[in-house]
Design a protein around this ligand. Structure first.
Ligand SMILES: [Zn+2]
Length: 73
């Protein structure tokens, strides 16, 4: 009998944790997208002074460029 109650508590707890994780992932899929944009560094192209996300920029010898054509200039 106690095993059943114990099992019920475990299942209840597991369900509760599962729900919390679901809520967290729901929040994390909505909130961090804007957070990621804010967190990403904006860099300036040395050639044309355009600002762009670091992940899209070309890094050559410590300088950022917006496109490959500007690297050669
Ligand atoms: Zn440029």
């Amino acid at each position: 009998m106690w095993r059943l109650i114990f099992l019920g508590i475990i299942i209840g707890l597991g369900f509760y944790i599962f729900k919390r994780i679901l809520n967290q992932t729901e929040n994390s899929t909505v909130v961090p997208e804007s957070n990621l944009d804010k967190a990403e560094d904006m860099v300036k192209c040395v050639t044309c002074a355009v600002h762009l996300p670091r992940s899209e920029a070309f890094l050559v010898k410590g300088k950022f460029y917006c496109s490959q054509t500007h690297i050669n200039k």
